[in-house]
Design a protein around this ligand. Structure first.
Ligand SMILES: Cc1cc2nc3c(=O)[nH]c(=O)nc-3n(C[C@H](O)[C@H](O)[C@H](O)COP(=O)(O)OP(=O)(O)OC[C@H]3O[C@@H](n4cnc5c(N)ncnc54)[C@H](O)[C@@H]3O)c2cc1C
Length: 358
C-alpha cells in the first residue's frame, strides 16, 4: 500500500530476534511458538566442544558471542546474521555430559538430540555434507589448539577440541520477534517518497518502518511506538489544506517475456507473402523459425528459416519433419528419436505459424 503511493521503503532486512547461541530457538514445527535458547552469558550451549552449523555443515558465526536481540557485533555494528535455512548444534561426548549435568536442554527438546558414532553417520542423519562437516570440525579443532579462531574470532577460552568417538546434534531455528522494515519516515512522522520528499497528509507510527536499524537499544521499539504515535497523531490532526482526492494512475498493462517463452522477435527478419506465416519454437540452440505456406486450408510448404541446432544430431528432424507435416496436413506427426527437442521445436514453430492463419 505504501509503495502504491510512492513511499520509499527502508530497513527491510532488519529485525529483532533472540538471545544466545546465534539468536536461535529450539526446533519447533512451523506455526508453533519458538522456545528461545537463552544463553545470556557463556555456558554449556555456546562454549567448549560445540559448534553451530548450517545445512552443509559450515559454521557461520562466533557461537560464544552474546547475541543481542538477534544482532551480532560486527566491526562496530550490531548486524543481523544471515541464517542458513536449517541449523544444527553439533558437539562431542564431553560437551554432552556437561549439557546433561547442567540440564541445559529443556526436557521437551531432549528427543530432538541425535547421536552418532561417526561424522559420516551424523552427516547422514542431519543431511549435511560429510566432507564439509569433517573439515569444519577439523578446522575448529585446529583453532581450539592454537587458541585462535581464524574464521569467526571465538575466544580461546570458549573453544575445546572435539574428542571421543560419539557425536551429537540437535536442530535449531532462527528466532525473530519483530521486523523494522516499512515506509521511511522523518522526524515529523511524515512518510517520505523515494526522493526524500514528504508525501502530503501521510504519517506513520509503530515499528513498521521503524527508525532503528542495526543498532538495537533496549526498549527502542516501544519507545518509538509511543513517541511517533504522538507526533504522527498530532500532525495528522493538524488543520491543513485539503488535498485533491487521490486517484491511482491507470495500471500499465504489460506482458513481459518469460524465460523459455517463444517470441516473434526472431521471426521478424523474414519476409512473407499473403499466404505465408512465420512461427517460432524453442530448440536446443535457441529459436527455430519456420515459414509456413498455406494453399487454402492445406499446409503447402514448411521452410526452416533459422535454426542453430546441433549439427548432425538434429539433421534427421530438420530434413524430415517439415515434409511429414505437409504430407499429414497436420502437426500431429511423430518426432524423430535422437532429435526429439528439434522435432518438437519445429512442430511448435509450425503450430505458432498456423495460429496466425486468418
Ligand atoms: C516477544 C516480544 C518481545 C518484545 N519485547 C520488546 C521490548 O522489551 N521492548 C521493546 O521496545 N519492544 C519489544 N518488542 C517489540 C514491540 O512489542 C513491537 O515493536 C510493538 O509492539 C509494535 O507496535 P505496533 O503498534 O507498531 O504494532 P503491533 O503491536 O503489532 O500492532 C499492530 C496491530 O494491527 C493489527 N492488524 C494487523 N493487520 C490488520 C488488519 N489488516 N486490519 C486491522 N488490524 C490489523 C494487529 O492485530 C495488531 O493489533 C517485543 C516484541 C515481541 C514479539
Amino acid at each position: 500500500m505504501a509503495q502504491a503511493v510512492g513511499a520509499d521503503l527502508w530497513h527491510m532486512s532488519v529485525y529483532e530476534g533472540g538471545f544466545g547461541l546465534g539468536g536461535t530457538s529450539f526446533y519447533v514445527e512451523e506455526g508453533e511458538h519458538a522456545s528461545q535458547i537463552q544463553v545470556l552469558s557463556q555456558g554449556p550451549l555456546n562454549t567448549g566442544s560445540l559448534i553451530l552449523v548450517g545445512t552443509d555443515g559450515n559454521r557461520f558465526l562466533n557461537e560464544s558471542d552474546p547475541v543481542r536481540h538477534g544482532h551480532v557485533y560486527n566491526n562496530g555494528v550490531w548486524t543481523n546474521p544471515m541464517y542458513p535455512e536449517k541449523m544444527w548444534v553439533v558437539y562431542d561426548e564431553a560437551q554432552a555430559q556437561l549439557i546433561a549435568e547442567n540440564a541445559s536442554i529443556p526436557e521437551e527438546f531432549l528427543s530432538t538430540v541425535l547421536t552418532a558414532n561417526s561424522l559420516d553417520d551424523l552427516a547422514a542423519q542431519t543431511g549435511m555434507k560429510a566432507d564439509t562437516l569433517k573439515a569444519t570440525i577439523s578446522n575448529f579443532n585446529t583453532y581450539a589448539a592454537q587458541g585462535n579462531d581464524e574464521q569467526f574470532g571465538r575466544a580461546a577460552e570458549y573453544m575445546t577440541a572435539f574428542t571421543g568417538s560419539a557425536y551429537y546434534a540437535f536442530p535449531v531455528k532462527s528466532e525473530i520477534l519483530n521486523t523494522q522494515g516499512g515506509p521511511r519516515r522523518n522526524e515529523n512522522a511524515e512518510i517520505l517518497d523515494t526522493e526524500g520528499n514528504p508525501i502530503p497528509h501521510l504519517y506513520s507510527a509503530g515499528e513498521m518502518g521503524g527508525i532503528t536499524a542495526e543498532m538495537y537499544q533496549g526498549g527502542t521499539n516501544l519507545a518509538e511506538c509511543v513517541i511517533f504515535g504522538q507526533i504522527a497523531g498530532k500532525n495528522a490532526a493538524k488543520e491543513k489544506d485539503a488535498l485533491p482526492a487521490y486517484t491511482l494512475d491507470a495500471k500499465v498493462e504489460s506482458t513481459p517475456t518469460k524465460l523459455g517463452e517463444v517470441t516473434d522477435v526472431a521471426a521478424a527478419e523474414f519476409e512473407t507473402a499473403d499466404n505465408q506465416y512465420l512461427g517460432t519454437g524453442a530448440g536446443m540452440g535457441g529459436d527455430v523459425v519456420v515459414r509456413v505456406t498455406m494453399d487454402g486450408d492445406k499446409i503447402a510448404n514448411v521452410e526452416i528459416m533459422k535454426q542453430a541446432e546441433t549439427a548432425g544430431t538434429a539433421d534427421p528432424a530438420l530434413e524430415t519433419i517439415p515434409q511429414a507435416i505437409v504430407d499429414a496436413n497436420s502437426t500431429d506427426v511423430d518426432t524423430v528419436s535422437g532429435a526429439t527437442v528439434t522435432s518438437k521445436a519445429i512442430i511448435e514453430a509450425v503450430n505458432d505459424a498456423l495460429s496466425k492463419v486468418k
